[in-house]
Design a protein around this ligand. Structure first.
Ligand code: TRP
Length: 365
């Protein structure tokens, strides 16, 4: 086998514009990984076919968000000359590989996948009404990952069961058909606050339906307005009261975004975020000051993103062209893997001269 290349693959369902939770949870890291020069190839894709598994009657939503997410990617700093940006549905080989993977996974194993379990509950599916395509999306996700021989999959912790399932499929495949596919590793976000950024209302998850998101494409005014009404510490009624950090969304966001350099530059009183937290817990530091810092920090992060987005928005056909070219590159890689898969699975009838000749001899007797 060739020396193993280091390949990153990751993606998102295009069901809405990306928010700052996506940014700290994955996007920021992807851009760093892209620019680190440590990886031979980087694939970032929009899982539109996966999005359709639970938006069956809403294809327009997925269609509209493909370009939104592409803009968010580019705005965040993914560079199409360094990363391949593509769309899942345009790579038909993914269906083919998923089909073969379906032989390697049992129904009960899928039922035990914790992510699938929770999503089934969330969506209110009961046993009989679960669409097969939705139920089997972990298999299709394993195809996404292995098709591109990804060694490293940077995703949130919620994707851990998907990666585990993928590794199982790879092991099973390689056991049966010989070393062909690559076992991927998950790469989790480094900062604990980034694992899952809560919504501005303090609820566990930032989600469009809860209306508690700060989007990468929000204007400076929108961001400030959202920070002003953010959930803090309900027990911190007067400035002099001791404040609590636990579950205090403003501090969770500061943990995720603010560097000590920013804290010391943007406040007059603190050299580090820890100093500010200590003051808050002692009492005597008001929420308004903390929110002011958060606004300043968020603006520093979001302004360059906003500017890049505005540039790309001027030429939307060019954005589609970036995706189209990315699909071409991805498809070429997929075709190569499928050739190897078909060879390993012994379904490469027409390229196998020896097979044809051997069969010919057998029937001439
Ligand atoms: N399930 C992922 C999500 O909801 C999206 C996704 C699909 C993905 N295929 C993938 C992520 C492969 C990483 C690798 O965010």
């Amino acid at each position: 086998m060739k020396p193993k290349e280091k390949i990153i693959l990751t993606g998102d369902r295009p069901t809405g514009k990306l928010h700052i939770g996506h940014y700290v949870g994955s996007l920021r890291r992807r851009v760093e990984l892209q620019n680190s020069g440590l990886y031979d190839k980087i694939f970032v894709f929009e899982a539109d076919a996966q999005a359709l598994t639970d938006n069956i009657e809403n294809p327009e939503k997925v269609r509209q968000n493909v370009v939104e997410v592409a803009l968010d990617y580019l705005a965040a700093g993914l560079d199409p000359t360094k990363s391949t940006l593509f769309i899942q549905s345009q790579i038909p080989e993914l269906c083919e590989l998923s089909f073969y993977f379906m032989d390697l996974v049992s129904v009960s194993r899928l039922q035990r996948n914790p992510t699938v379990k929770t999503e089934i509950q969330m969506r209110g599916f009961s046993g009989e009404s679960i669409p097969v395509g939705f139920f089997t999306y972990p298999i299709s996700q394993a195809a996404d990952i292995t098709m591109f021989k990804a060694t490293t999959v940077p995703v949130g912790e919620d994707q851990e069961p998907m990666l585990e399932q993928c590794r199982e499929i790879v092991r099973r495949f390689n056991n049966i058909y010989g070393e062909t596919l690559v076992e991927p590793n998950i790469l989790l976000p480094e900062n604990a606050a980034c694992l899952r950024l809560p919504g501005t209302d303090g609820k566990a998850k930032m989600s469009k339906s809860l209306g508690n998101c700060i989007y990468l494409s929000d204007s400076a005014d929108e961001v400030n307005k959202k920070v002003k009404t953010m959930y803090t510490d309900p027990l911190h009624l007067q400035v002099s009261d001791p404040g609590h950090l636990e579950g205090n969304t403003v501090f969770t966001y500061l943990d995720a975004f603010a560097t000590d350099e920013q804290v010391s530059r943007l406040t007059t009183d603190y050299a580090t975020l820890q100093e500010m937290k200590d003051h808050y817990t002692r009492g005597g530091l008001g929420d308004v000051k903390c929110k002011k810092l958060l606004m300043a920090v968020l603006q520093e992060t979001l302004e360059p993103i906003r500017q890049r987005r505005a540039e790309y928005e001027k030429d939307i056909p060019a954005v589609y062209e970036i995706l189209r070219k990315g699909c071409e590159v991805a498809r070429a890689a997929a075709c190569e893997t499928m050739d190897e898969v078909r060879r390993a699975m012994k379904i490469n009838y027409f390229e196998d001269r020896a097979l044809i000749e051997e069969q010919a001899r057998r029937f001439q007797k």
